[in-house]
Design a protein around this ligand. Structure first.
Ligand SMILES: Nc1ncnc2c1ncn2[C@@H]1O[C@H](COP(=O)(O)OP(=O)(O)OP(=O)(O)O)[C@@H](O)[C@H]1O
Ligand SMILES: [Mg+2]
Length: 367
């Protein structure tokens, strides 16, 4: 809690730990600072501690160690309803006995706003989620997506500065989910709301967020904007978790002076890669390369690319792209994605070819 006067962060987790049973830490050492207006997503596998973090911020759980600050003030001792936080949870049901409008008016009544002000705010919130005509209905008379939009409107109706969302779109079909993703980010930006969003859908995290915190086992593995996370994963876990990745295992044989290292793959092939968390010759490494950075058309290989022999095992036509599975350096799950274009061949299993990529697109990570 040092130097708060100079600390611009609106939400801050400072060395936060959490244990439910007094023994196992499910949140291990969480440090996170969010500026006002940021849309931050917590992404990670089941059980990695995302909901627990949200619950501590909301005030339904207390931190075992460390401190949580909101707008520079510690909130450990402020009860949930006094934190002024809007919430949308996957199973955070609407009140079934109330109409849509009454559901929305509820948080305003709790805050003792006048009837005329309440009515105006409810109307605006309904319009915001394009549900203006549905104020008189009960939740049971709405589709799942409409209910979700009302839940969103209810979280925003009292104009909170901070909104927490825990897998709010989990139950929706793909099309509606994509529409709501757009709606939520638009509202959050238009209203200048600071948002902490939880999901285990990585596409959702990448498309919606200013920054993404990748959780694993109670720790943030990497905290970065979507493009950095995808293009510059800092370790093997993040590289595997975000997007698709090909990995080739081997050992570093030389750290070169030009920002690359030489790696001898377990099958004996030599390749070059960017050293990310290897430091010296002899380090075991997993080299990672994205499927869309691999070139299968020899004519198009750029200067400086190195090549490896490959055999086509499977070719899948996916409409906009082709997905080819290859055997490369002993790895039978090596995937290449190519754009569906007239000059991209459709390959048959058994075809032998040479593939290649730029060493800069290749990252030498922890083994
Ligand atoms: N109330 C509780 N009492 C005891 N243990 C709990 C409690 N809530 C969560 N846990 C444990 O804490 C760990 C983190 O759970 P948490 O719900 O934060 O994970 P999550 O990342 O939200 O997972 P999911 O993606 O499945 O929702 C898990 O091992 C879980 O079993
Ligand atoms: Mg959860």
């Amino acid at each position: 809690m040092t130097d708060l006067a100079n600390d611009q962060s609106f939400v801050k987790f400072d060395r936060v730990q959490k244990s439910y049973d007094g023994e196992n830490l499910v949140v291990k050492d969480l440090n996170l600072a969010m500026p006002k207006g940021e849309f931050l997503t917590m992404l990670g596998p089941s059980g990695s501690g995302k909901t627990t973090c949200l619950m501590m911020l909301a005030g339904f759980e207390t931190a075992t160690h460390g401190e949580i600050l909101l707008d520079g003030k510690p909130i450990n001792n402020i009860p949930p309803h006094k934190r002024g936080i809007g919430m949308v949870f996957q199973n955070y049901a609407l009140f079934p006995h109330m109409t849509v409008a009454e559901n929305l008016a509820f948080p305003l009544e709790v805050r003792k706003l006048d009837k005329s002000v309440r009515e105006e705010k409810v109307k605006r919130a309904l319009d915001m989620v394009q549900m203006g005509a549905f104020g008189g209905r009960r939740p049971a008379q709405l589709s799942g997506g409409q209910q979700q939009r009302i839940a969103l409107a209810r979280a925003l109706v009292f104009e909170p500065e901070l909104v927490l969302m825990d897998e709010p779109l989990g139950a929706l079909d793909k099309q509606l989910r994509e529409h709501m993703q757009f709606e939520i980010t638009r509202l959050a930006h238009d209203l200048g709301i600071t948002t902490v969003y939880v999901t285990h859908d990585q596409t959702e995290a990448l498309t919606m967020s200013d920054r993404v915190a990748v959780f694993e086992d109670g720790r943030i593995q990497q905290l970065a904007p979507p493009d950095t996370l995808y293009e510059e994963p800092e370790n093997s876990f993040v590289a595997q978790f975000i997007g698709e990745n090909n990995t080739l295992e081997g050992v570093v044989t030389e750290m070169k002076g030009d920002g690359l290292c030489e790696v001898k793959l377990d099958g004996g092939e030599i390749i070059y890669a960017k050293p990310v968390n290897v430091t010296k010759a002899g380090d075991r490494t997993r080299v990672s390369i994205r499927p869309e950075r691999v070139e299968m058309n020899k004519e198009r290989l750029q200067e400086g690319a190195h090549t490896l022999k490959a055999e086509v095992l499977e070719f899948i036509y996916m409409g906009d792209i082709f997905r080819t599975r290859l055997r490369v350096a002993g790895n039978e799950e090596f995937v290449v994605k190519t754009r569906n274009a007239p000059d991209q061949p459709r390959l048959t299993p058994g075809t032998q070819l040479e593939i290649g990529w730029l060493p800069e697109d290749c990252r030498a990570l922890d083994a």
